[in-house]
Design a protein around this ligand. Structure first.
Ligand code: NAD
Length: 504
């Protein structure tokens, strides 16, 4: 130690000890030794057991902590007048960090036993030490909280709502870690939109609510893209999206075959009463009573909406030898030229069809297009198939038609109030939707839970096309520039010179 060494003088400069009386400082000073730590030398190692307090008199020490496989990381620097290792004054404890000299340092050292002697004489020192320890603890806790809140993942982020494992698995596989996807079981709605915080895009399905309040929140949070992983977009407020510069994409054609095949599956099952036959034989009842069906060959099928799915349905039905009456606001010329297909007005389609299959989108013009008046015009015993959107059918009118035996069969993959039940397991619950419950009492009604799209091929296409839209958005395309933009003309008309919402 040098001649000029006056530990009391040094201790007086330390915040923690400045309140100590002169005699206490004197006692403490006498118990302290002084060491020199050359630059690069380790004063103590993380995990070692130690019982000495250090006070830095001069120079700088790095505080290093092991950070998993990343090795030791410097969490802070200690300079003159700071303390380290206070915990060791409470007994022998493992060092929580390594102290390594960054420069040549002078350090005062106080051992546990010496400290105890001072504390016995000066209990106020114990109080001061406790205050210092708790202050450090609070500081460390807030550092940890900040670190936890900080997101190190710099990838483009997608909030994936209404996630089900059969869909999420396919997305995760196709994504191959390109984007960071946060899968949420919750549906997107005003009450859950906060889950999208920090995301650049949200990915939603048919029963998520993307109304004005949700769009406003998304825009506020910097979410610039609503990527629908379905064809229909009736659940999105497009006016609000355009106004707030939020782009909206969909998957217009992931597999029209999947939906058309399901529509025909419903027709065949209802016609040949497969659901009833199956239940019956499982109860060892092999009787055929009540199971008489009809030949599809030669029957007239009315196809409402001859877009991608409607055309696929027509193809299958022509294979059965059905006669097709087609209706669409924009007839498909290629289909019109097919043998066995005739475009007719809706009234004629209603009047002449044995089976009516709906493949038009839900729009104000198609809302409740199957109502009491429409049902009145239909053949007695008609079969109605809806794999499009529930609200195309006025369910109350359908129930009346079934009760009056005007409707002979109904195959519904969609239902206007489906969002309360579809896609979820309520087998331990009761149905509070009396309309749905009543529908399920009819043996000539088949309801599936919006599963027409659910084939492996369709899921793969949905994931690939949705991620392709996200790719485009991440590359800077906005609104009508996106290949799968919904209502492109409306987005194009409203395009802002700056290209809309920022990626955020
Ligand atoms: P599409 O856009 O290719 O075809 C829709 C057709 O409906 C178009 O030809 C259009 O001109 C026609 N149309 C529009 N307004 C009409 C009206 N007022 N009356 C009659 N026809 C009208 O769509 P798509 O891929 O064939 O899908 C059809 C619908 O199927 C979608 O809108 C969606 O709601 C539904 N869908 C359901 C499922 C499911 O799993 N159940 C899956 C995918 C799609």
């Amino acid at each position: 130690m040098s001649e000029a060494f006056d530990p009391v003088k040094i201790l007086q400069t330390i915040d923690l000890l400045s309140n100590l009386k002169a005699d206490a400082l004197e006692m403490l000073g006498h118990k302290m030794s002084r060491i020199r730590v050359p630059a690069g030398q380790v004063l103590c190692g993380e995990g070692e057991v130690g019982d000495r307090l250090f006070i830095i008199e001069s120079g700088e020490l790095a505080v290093l902590k092991q950070a998993g496989s990343a090795g030791p990381m410097q969490v802070t620097t200690l300079g003159p007048g700071t303390l380290a290792g206070e915990m060791s004054l409470l007994g022998k404890v493992k060092r929580s960090a390594t102290l390594k000299a960054l420069t040549d340092c002078q350090v005062l050292v106080l051992a546990f036993d010496d400290f105890q002697a001072v504390v016995d004489a000066q209990p106020s020192l114990a109080r001061l030490l406790l205050a210092n320890v708790s202050r450090n603890l609070r500081r460390s806790t807030s550092v940890v909280a900040k670190l936890m809140a900080r997101d190190y993942d710099q990838r483009f982020k997608i909030g994936f709502f209404d996630s089900k494992h059969y869909m999420a698995d396919v997305f995760a596989e196709r994504n191959a870690n390109r984007f960071s996807i946060n899968f949420h079981e919750a549906r997107l709605a005003a009450s859950t939109v906060a889950l999208a915080a920090g995301c650049n895009a949200v990915c939603v399905f048919v029963n998520d609510t993307v109304d004005r309040p949700v769009i406003e929140e998304l825009a506020e949070m910097g979410v610039g893209l609503v990527a629908l992983r379905c064809a229909g977009f009736n659940n999105v407020d497009l006016d609000a999206a355009i106004e707030h510069g939020v782009s909206v994409t969909r998957v217009p054609a992931y597999s029209p075959y999947a939906v058309a095949e399901h529509a025909v599956a419903l027709m065949l099952a209802l016609n040949r009463k497969i659901h009833r036959a199956s239940t019956r034989v499982h109860e060892n009842n092999f009787s055929l009573d009540g199971l008489v069906g009809f030949n599809m060959h030669g029957r007239t099928v009315g196809v409402v909406g001859t877009g991608q799915i409607g055309v696929c349905a027509v193809d299958i039905l022509l294979g059965f030898g059905c006669r097709i009456l087609a209706y669409d606001v924009a007839a498909n010329p290629a289909l019109a030229n097919r043998a066995g297909v005739t475009y007719v007005g809706l009234d004629q389609l209603f009047a002449e069809s044995d089976i009516i299959s709906l493949h038009a989108p839900l729009l104000p013009a198609t809302h409740h297009m199957i109502n009491a008046a429409a049902i009145d015009k239909m053949k007695p015993g008609v079969m109605l198939i809806n794999t499009s959107r529930g609200a195309l059918v006025d369910t109350a009118a359908l129930l009346d038609g079934l009760k009056a035996r005007k409707i002979g069969y109904a195959g519904l993959d969609v239902y206007e109030e489906e969002s309360a039940y579809f896609f979820e397991d309520f087998s331990d619950d009761i149905l509070t939707d009396d309309t749905l419950a009543r529908l399920l009492t009819f043996t000539n009604v088949l309801v599936t839970s919006h599963q027409a799209f659910l084939t492996r091929e369709a899921l793969g296409n949905i994931a690939a096309d949705t991620l392709a839209s996200v790719d485009e958005f991440a590359a800077g395309k906005r609104g009508a520039e996106l290949s799968q933009c919904v209502a492109r003309e409306r987005f194009a008309a409203q395009a802002k010179p700056d290209g809309g919402a920022k990626q955020g």
